[in-house]
Design a protein around this ligand. Structure first.
Ligand code: GLN
Length: 278
């Protein structure tokens, strides 16, 4: 079977299974299993696939047919132009989260930066790589997530510390910037998510409790104890959550509060400055 034939067959199977980007996914998986880039694939489409590559490709396509996210099959996702390893222990970095990183970037140079619910480490490692903070720390309750974050730090040659902690539980000292993309989906909404997310991404990284806002309340309530005076707090939020999250900040001594939209025009980032040190 030629590469082109294998690709067409896989595309048809993925489309029949309801995978939206059947062609793109079939192509990316072929490139990955055959260890070729897109021009190498283009130039060799009429060549026969080696049996071992075909076997690996079929295994990957069968998983994708079951709606396993593409990134858990390839084991990687790009974020802020940097490559990140991912596994089912971590949320797959989203493009939306790049808005959060971009909002925080101007505040991080030479500063102490803390990322709560770090997952793959995509936020803190991008900031560490791109902004040269003097200290970069990521926390997560999941030890498995932290081992992925550490693997990413090593691969990116970035200096960062990772601490197992339920939010601030094991955090010591104060930081100039605290950033978080916490779980923010309402518990009753999780069953309505696309199968890739609902069935394969860690619920621990998605579930924000009954109203989706539990982590914002918990973080804002304690942030004052861990921020330096004038320190900044940055959150990614769900599109409907800006109002509540802004109120939590206002009620807890934050000012200069901004809401930033994503490319879809939806509220995506809320940030503010700690005005009264507690
Ligand atoms: N901080 C990680 C990310 O943005 C994980 C977020 C989470 O687990 N909710 O991808």
């Amino acid at each position: 079977m030629t590469k082109r034939e294998a690709l067409r067959q896989a595309q048809a199977e993925l489309a029949a299974a309801g995978i939206a980007d059947a062609y793109t996914d079939a192509r990316l998986l072929l490139m990955q299993t055959g260890e070729m880039n897109s021009s190498q694939l283009l130039l060799s489409e009429n060549e026969t696939l080696k049996p071992q590559v075909y076997a690996r490709y079929r295994a990957a396509i069968l998983r994708r047919r079951e709606h396993v996210p593409l990134q858990y099959i390839t084991g990687e996702q790009e974020f802020m132009g940097l490559p990140f390893f991912v596994s089912p222990a971590v949320l797959i970095p989203r493009q939306d989260t790049e808005h959060l990183v971009e909002a925080a970037m101007p505040y991080c140079k030479g500063k102490r930066v803390l990322d709560l619910c770090t997952g793959s480490g995509c936020i803190i490692l991008s900031l560490a790589k791109l902004c040269k903070p003097c200290l970069a720390v990521g926390t997560d309750i999941s030890q498995e997530a932290l081992s992925i974050a550490k693997k990413n730090a090593k691969a990116l040659s970035v200096e960062a510390e990772f601490v197992q902690s339920d939010l601030f539980e094991n955090v010591v000292g104060r930081y100039d910037v605290i950033i978080s993309n916490p779980p923010y989906i309402r518990t009753d909404e999780i069953s309505t998510l696309m199968p890739e997310v609902r069935d394969y991404e860690p619920h621990m990284a998605l579930d924000g409790d009954a109203d989706g806002l539990c982590f914002y309340r918990r973080i804002v309530a304690k942030a004052g104890e861990h921020l330096t005076e004038g320190g900044m707090l940055f959150f990614e939020i769900g599109a409907e959550q800006a109002g509540e999250v802004v109120s939590y900040l206002e009620e807890n001594g934050f000012g200069e509060i901004f809401v930033k939209k994503d490319y879809a025009g939806l509220d995506r980032v809320v940030y503010g400055r700690l005005m009264d040190k507690q």
